[in-house]
Design a protein around this ligand. Structure first.
Ligand code: GLU
Length: 493
């Protein structure tokens, strides 16, 4: 039999910005579909109108676009920043499928798999309070489940406010066969008769999502593990209609080192904020894809295409995936270093002082700190001393250990003359230049420490910095000599 075309979806609710964990969920669905040439859909689940945030769909699509994760069907944003829908299974904005959901709900009623419920909010609140007071499990008590269907229909036709609930079994078990967790069994007794159509006529997630997944021929439902306990209700709906079940795969959540959930409380966890901070799409994709899954033990760097080829749903870890910020920084450092020099410079330039007009100087500074950066913005703090008109030498001694000031003066004067004698072409080659200076130090019979320490501090006024050779190359001859003169003046005052 021919293999069924794989169709997956990411189905966010437009309630705010895309969470960084949501990117991993998207990525897994995308990789799964694309590896077999299947379809990856983006569906917007906006049936809960009270939680709808205007602009959230646009922001979500923009973020995915920046990351290079593009659905080949469903909701998307075009080059004019307008929301579009592409594909033959639309509409892909769930609220626009309201009538379809209502028709499915009516069918469930006709099949005695759902019923009208007229209980008011007050009654439900009282019921809950009573249950809590008597230490019973809270949940709907099934009052309207027992109504005569003809009577219920009459009340609906008379305009009485109502919802529609699933008529779930009250005994026995149901087993969910999850692609990541294996078989998980639930007791029907503990599962509430779920509302599937609300007072406003909109379907809840449980009906809307299942109906749409079926209508859109979704083969694999990959979603956050918080939905696992609801899966029995979803299986019930599929079975009531006699539909073929999709593969369910519940993805473990992202956790901090202390295993707590990665949530807004730890700062901004929106994917957009990571991009805005300068995390590169390729670093985020590589990092997020490997949270809870790794195709090989001895390799960590993968392109998006390589990940797509290797992705294997069944190999995803069951336990929460540790969101290791240091690891993400490591990936970003790696991908920053892989950039062509021009592209790298474009990324860091906004973080260098705009009033410095010498672009070559800025470029040399950018190159100097390239390997040290996890984020482009870090260059500001690392390089600020190099742009200062003059340095403050009062914090770090220019003298080596307890050696006398006169020695530092002597060494700096010599270093200055060595630099003056160099031609600029030599300066471009740090290694060559370093060898020459070290040779001159040796010829004088001096030590590297007592010569290079004063020189490095003269150029940086920092406890730690790149080597004096690297600093001289980045400063250029003139700026280096100016710094040495300033340091000499400080020592001699
Ligand atoms: N709208 C649901 C959410 O945002 C989607 C869950 C799913 O993928 O089915 O949590």
């Amino acid at each position: 039999m021919a293999q069924k075309r794989v169709r997956t979806r990411f189905a966010p609710s437009p309630t705010g910005q895309l969470h960084i964990g949501g990117v991993r969920t998207t990525l897994y669905a995308e990789m799964l579909a694309k590896q077999s040439g299947g379809d990856f859909l983006l569906r917007i689940e906006d049936t809960d109108q009270s939680r709808f945030v205007p602009g959230a769909t646009e922001s979500l699509c923009r973020t995915l676009k920046r990351l290079g994760i593009e659905p080949n069907e469903g909701v998307w944003i075009d080059d004019n920043d307008q929301i579009i829908q592409k594909g033959d299974s639309g509409p892909y904005i769930q609220s626009q499928r309201k009538e379809k959901h209502q028709a499915y709900a009516k069918q469930l009623i006709d099949m005695d798999k759902a019923y009208y419920c007229f209980c008011t909010e007050e009654r439900l609140t009282q019921m809950r309070q009573q249950q809590e007071l008597t230490h019973q499990p809270t949940g709907y008590d099934g009052l309207c489940r027992k109504l005569d269907p003809a009577e219920a229909k009459r009340r609906v036709e008379a305009g009485e406010p109502h919802v529609i609930r699933l008529k779930l079994p009250k005994e026995g078990n149901v087993t969910v066969d999850d692609a990541i967790r294996g078989k998980v069994t639930f007791d029907w007794k503990l599962i509430d008769d779920q509302v599937i159509i609300k007072h406003d006529g909109m379907a809840t997630y449980h009906l809307a999502s299942m109906a749409d997944d079926h209508d859109m021929q979704i083969t694999h439902v990959t979603r956050a593990e918080e939905w696992l306990p609801s899966t029995p209700k979803h299986i019930f709906i599929y079975q009531a209609f006699g539909w073929e079940l999709p593969v369910f795969a519940h993805l473990p959540q992202l956790v901090n080192a202390d295993r707590s959930k990665l949530s807004k409380r730890q700062g901004d966890v929106s994917a957009e904020s990571y991009l805005d901070k300068g995390y590169l799409p390729e670093a985020l994709i590589n990092f997020l894809a490997l949270l809870g899954w790794n195709p090989k033990a001895d390799q960590e760097i993968y392109t998006h295409d390589e990940l797509i080829k290797l992705f294997d749903l069944s190999k995803i870890n069951k336990s929460g995936a540790f969101f290791n910020q240091e690891k993400l920084d490591w990936f970003n450092n790696h991908y920053l270093r892989q950039k062509p020099a021009d592209e790298y410079f474009t990324l860091v330039q906004p973080y260098l002082p705009s009033d410095e007009k010498d672009l070559d100087f800025k470029r040399r500074i950018a190159l100097l700190f390239w390997e040290r950066l996890n984020l482009p913005s870090e260059i500001t703090g690392l390089s600020s001393f190099m742009f200062q008109a003059s340095l403050d030498y009062s914090n770090v001694p220019l003298t080596w250990k307890d050696h006398p000031k006169e020695e530092a003066v002597e060494r700096l004067k010599a270093a200055k003359s060595w630099i003056e004698q160099l031609d600029d072409s030599k300066l471009a080659d740090v290694k060559n230049f370093e060898e020459q200076i070290k040779e001159s130090i040796k010829n004088k019979g001096w030590g590297n420490g007592d010569t290079l320490w004063p020189l490095r501090v003269a150029l940086s006024a920092q406890d730690k910095s790149p080597s004096p050779f690297e600093l001289i190359v980045a400063y250029g001859k003139e700026r280096s000599i100016k710094r040495i003169d300033e340091a000499l003046a400080y020592l001699l005052k």
